[in-house]
Design a protein around this ligand. Structure first.
Ligand code: C5P
Length: 402
C-alpha cells in the first residue's frame, strides 16, 4: 500500500450496516501514516459507537453541527480547512441525495460544502436502492461535481439480496485514498524548491534570521514528488523531516543557498522560491564572539543576492514561481513583485498568517490572471498550487499557432 504520511483525512461515516467496516478502514488509514478525524451522522452511531472510532483514530469523533463545545474545539469550518481528503464510507442513498442538493443540515454535509479538499464516497446500500433512477441521477450529478465514487461492489448483501450495493473493502478504500495523492501531472519534470529561513552569521554564536518554518516549501516538495516530479529541495535550517522521494540539500546563509541553487538550476523545468531569504547580512562575520562591553553597538549590513531574480534572469532558465508575504495591498504589491523579479507566477499571502501556521489562503497572480486558493491546509493548498503551476508550464511550452 502507498504511504499516507502526514495526510489529513476526514472519514465521514453515514448510517448503513457497512459502517462496522469503517473501524477497520480507520485502522488502515492510521497505519499508513494519515492523521484521521472521524465525523459521524446521527444514524451512523446506531451501527457503530463513536468510542470505537475515537480509540482507533486517536481523535475525538465529530458528531454534531450545533454542539458549542465541539465547535470551540475543532469546528466544522476548521475541520473543512484541515482536511486534505474527505472520504465518506459508507455513503448511504440518503446521504448521496443530501449531498447532491448541497444540504448542510448536519455536520458532515456542512463540512463537505465548506471544504476545498478532494471528496470521495464509497456508496453502500440495498441493490434496488442503488439501481433506482433517483439514486442513479444523484450519482451522475455528484460525478459531474468531480466527487470521486468508489464502488459499490456486487455480491451478497446484509439483507439477503444479491447485486451491486456492497461497500468496497476497507483495504481498497485505503489504497484509493493513497492513490488520490499520486498524479502524473509532473511526471518527468525537474522541480527545484528553496525553503525555510536563512541564517546570517554575526559571529561564531550569533545570527540574524526569521520565523519561517519551511512548512510551505516542504508541502510543495511532497506534492510535487507525488505528482511524479523529480524534486530537489534546498532548505535553510528547519525542524522538518525530508519528504519521501525528495532530494534535500541543507544550507544556512543566503549566499550558500544561491550557490546550491545555481549548481542545480541548469537542468530544472520549474523553480519555486519559497525561502524567506534574509534581505541583509552582516558586512563582516567576526571571527571571535563579540564582547558586550559597549552600551550600544551598530551592525553594518549588506544586501543579500536576490536568488529568485537571478534564476529568472537566466537565458533558457526554468519557469519561475515566487512567493510574497505581504502585510497590506496583497494584489498590488504582489503584481509589482511579479514584474520586478521577472516571475511567471507568484503566490501572495498575508504575512501574519504565513509563518509557522498550518493553514493558508493564497492569491495566485500571473501576468494575465488572478485566483484565490483556500483557505486550506498547507498540503492541500500546495496541491492546488501545483495544479496551477503545471497548467502554466503546459501553456508556456505549448507551441504557439501564430
Ligand atoms: O522581495 P521578497 O522577499 O518579498 O520576495 C519574495 C520572493 O523572492 C520569494 O519567492 C523568495 O523566495 C524570493 N527571494 C529570493 N532571494 C532573496 C529574497 C527573496 O529568492 N534574497
Amino acid at each position: 500500500m502507498l504511504s499516507l504520511t502526514n495526510k489529513h483525512i476526514l472519514l465521514g461515516i453515514t448510517g448503513g450496516i457497512a459502517a462496522y467496516k469503517s473501524a477497520e478502514l480507520t485502522r488502515l488509514l492510521v497505519k499508513a501514516g494519515a492523521e484521521v478525524h472521524v465525523a459521524m451522522t446521527p444514524s451512523a452511531t446506531e451501527f457503530i459507537t463513536p468510542l470505537t472510532l475515537q480509540a482507533l483514530s486517536g481523535n475525538r469523533v465529530h458528531l454534531d453541527l450545533l454542539d458549542a463545545e465541539a465547535e470551540a474545539g475543532m469546528g466544522h469550518i476548521e475541520l473543512a480547512r484541515w482536511a486534505d481528503l474527505i472520504v465518506i464510507a459508507p455513503a448511504t442513498a440518503d446521504f448521496m441525495a443530501r449531498m447532491t442538493h448541497g444540504q448542510a443540515d448536519d455536520l458532515l454535509t456542512a463540512v463537505i460544502l465548506a471544504s476545498t479538499a478532494q471528496i470521495a464516497i464509497a456508496p453502500a446500500m440495498n441493490q434496488a436502492m442503488w439501481a433506482d433512477g433517483i439514486t442513479q441521477s444523484n450519482l451522475e450529478a455528484l460525478q459531474l461535481r468531480r466527487i470521486h465514487v468508489w464502488g459499490p461492489a456486487s455480491g451478497e448483501q446484509a439483507c439477503g439480496d444479491v447485486g451491486p450495493g456492497r461497500m468496497i473493502e476497507p483495504q481498497e478504500i485505503a489504497d484509493r485514498c493513497a492513490g488520490m495523492f499520486e498524479t502524473t501531472r509532473l511526471t518527468g519534470k525537474k522541480v527545484l524548491i528553496t525553503g525555510g529561513p536563512t541564517r546570517e552569521a554575526i559571529d561564531p554564536v550569533r545570527f540574524i534570521s526569521n520565523h519561517s518554518s519551511g512548512k510551505m516549501a516542504f508541502a510543495l516538495a511532497t506534492e510535487a514528488a507525488a505528482a511524479g516530479a523529480q524534486v530537489s529541495l534546498v532548505s535553510g535550517p528547519v525542524h522538518l523531516p525530508t519528504p519521501d522521494r525528495v532530494g534535500r540539500t541543507d544550507v544556512e546563509s543566503a549566499e550558500q543557498m544561491l550557490e546550491a541553487v545555481m549548481e542545480r538550476v541548469a537542468d530544472t523545468d520549474i523553480f519555486i522560491g519559497v525561502a524567506a531569504v534574509a534581505d541583509y547580512r552582516p558586512a563582516t562575520i567576526e571571527a571571535q564572539k563579540i564582547k558586550k562591553n559597549a552600551d550600544s553597538m551598530t551592525l553594518a549590513l549588506v544586501k543579500n543576492p536576490d536568488i529568485i531574480s537571478r534564476v529568472a534572469a537566466l537565458t533558457d532558465g526554468p519557469m519561475v514561481v515566487g512567493f510574497a508575504a505581504e502585510t497590506e495591498h496583497l494584489e498590488a504589491n504582489g503584481t509589482e513583485k511579479l514584474k520586478r523579479k521577472g516571475l511567471d507566477l507568484l503566490f501572495a499571502n498575508k504575512a501574519t498568517e504565513t509563518f509557522n501556521s498550518d493553514e493558508v489562503t493564497v492569491t495566485a497572480l500571473s501576468g494575465h490572471s488572478q485566483q484565490t486558493l483556500g483557505p486550506g491546509s498547507k498540503l492541500n493548498i500546495a496541491r492546488l498550487m501545483l495544479d496551477l503551476i503545471a497548467e502554466h508550464l503546459e501553456q508556456k511550452t505549448m507551441p504557439s499557432d501564430t
